[in-house]
Design a protein around this ligand. Structure first.
Ligand SMILES: Nc1ncnc2c1ncn2[C@@H]1O[C@H](COP(=O)(O)OP(=O)(O)O)[C@@H](O)[C@H]1O
Ligand SMILES: [Mg+2]
Length: 396
């Protein structure tokens, strides 16, 4: 009999078998994506609700690695309504970025692949399923319809080009038809002013290293807004900034949202930021959505033990505690997910049924959905617990 292997240990033979299989799978998927001149009819679709800008429907995004298949996003469904901000929250590694990268088709290839599900994007006069689109076609969407603001503004800007030139390039590439050099520069200056850069002519000529972190992030936001996208993905846009600058950037994003009428998918691990920004909140854990609802649902009536734990682990101004709560245990290994609720091993509120298969999503109000056995019998979130959370959830 073979010796008992340490968890996660792979023999050379096993590893070779896995990579061979991965190559086979990814080759098939890549071939399909790389096709040229695919007729539009293949990926045209209909929004389930025309009031939505994006609909993620049962999205599965996997990474085929030599150690096994990482199910980074495993059956995620949620909507981003037109003109609204949806906050996606969850601890590091739960699949927030991979969800947004799937929409932009910017996954690390060929390992990262959308293997199942639909991502319907509303283009106004028509709708497309990004999950079915070949790479060639997606290129036209980036910048024009969907754009992204990243976490680290220094690495998002090119250090060897002036700010003005970098912004001009974006405008020329996406929106340059019939525009003279002066028109493009005028638009760049206008964008710099829109994001609150006072010395716009000066900044136009500067290099990224001459700007502070907050200013750089403003430039990145200007770049993302250059072509009036319908959807803006902000992936932890304030995580690299200190708190005062964070507040300024959040203010800016909120004001801009009203001006440009775009939808924002706001990704963060910080509940305080979500509370300030979001109309709707999606809570992710280990590649799945455990709870979603309006901001009020999530902050005043958190239902999933994970959300309740997240709320409790947030420091609150004016509340004295000896030790800040932290959720015990760690996220399960993404290659070997259990077949029961992924949160069960860390959960302090388990009920009898929790040993069963992964819980389905239940509605506890018309807007509020949760995947947890505690509510499968039509119960509502524990009233006593809520009043306590209410205090914790809003004072930030
Ligand atoms: N290129 C990659 N190769 C393998 N695994 C990846 C890759 N990118 C992300 N993952 C895995 O996918 C999961 C989700 O990652 P991510 O979406 O970046 O998390 P976050 O919620 O912090 O943004 C993690 O377990 C991560 O290790
Ligand atoms: Mg991330």
């Amino acid at each position: 009999m073979a010796r008992k292997k340490a968890e996660g240990y792979l023999s050379g033979k096993e590893s070779r078998r896995i990579s061979k299989e991965n190559r086979k799978t990814t080759n098939i998927l890549e071939k399909k994506r790389k096709r040229k001149n695919v007729p539009e009819s293949e990926y045209l679709t209909k929004m389930h609700d025309p009031a939505n800008a994006v609909e993620f429907d049962n999205l599965h995004t996997y990474f085929f690695t030599d150690a096994g298949t990482v199910k980074s996003v495993d059956g995620v469904s949620f909507e981003v309504p037109v003109g609204k901000t949806v906050g996606v929250v969850g601890e590091s590694g739960c699949g927030k970025s991979v969800t947004s990268l799937s929409l932009m088709q910017l996954l690390q290839r060929p390992q990262g692949q959308v293997v199942e599900g639909e991502i319907r994007l509303n283009l106004g006069d028509k709708a497309v399923d990004v999950a079915k689109m070949p790479y060639e076609a997606v290129q036209h969407l980036r910048g024009n319809f969907v754009s992204m603001i990243f976490q680290e503004p220094m690495t998002s800007l090119n250090p060897v080009f002036r700010i003005g030139d970098q912004l001009n390039e974006v405008i020329e590439l996406h929106d340059g038809e019939g525009k003279s050099k002066e028109d493009v520069k005028k638009r760049t200056i206008e964008l710099l002013e829109m994001v609150g850069i006072a010395n716009s002519e000066g900044v136009y000529k500067m290099y990224p290293h001459e700007l502070s972190g907050g200013m750089r992030q403003r430039v990145c936001i200007a770049m993302a807004l250059a072509c009036n996208p319908k959807v803006i993905i902000a992936d932890e846009p304030t995580t690299a900034l200190d708190v005062t600058i964070q507040a300024q950037v959040l203010d800016l994003l909120r004001n801009l949202k009203d001006k440009i009428n775009s939808s924002i998918m706001f990704i963060t691990h910080d509940l305080g930021v979500i509370a300030e920004m979001a109309d709707y909140v999606v809570v992710m854990y280990a590649g799945r959505i455990v709870e979603k609802g309006t901001a009020e649902d999530i902050f005043y009536h958190p239902a999933h033990p994970y959300t309740i734990g997240l709320m409790a682990s947030k420091p609150v101004v004016g509340k004295q505690v000896d030790k800040l709560y932290s959720i015990p245990g760690k996220v399960p290994n993404p290659i070997n997910m259990p077949d029961y609720c992924y949160f069960k091993d860390r959960c302090e509120m388990c009920v009898e049924k929790c040993g069963g298969e992964y819980p389905c999503e239940v509605s506890i109000s018309p807007t509020h959905k949760v995947s947890c056995y505690r509510y499968s019998d039509g119960q509502t979130p524990d009233a006593a617990r809520n009043t306590e959370e209410k205090k914790g959830g809003t004072a930030s």
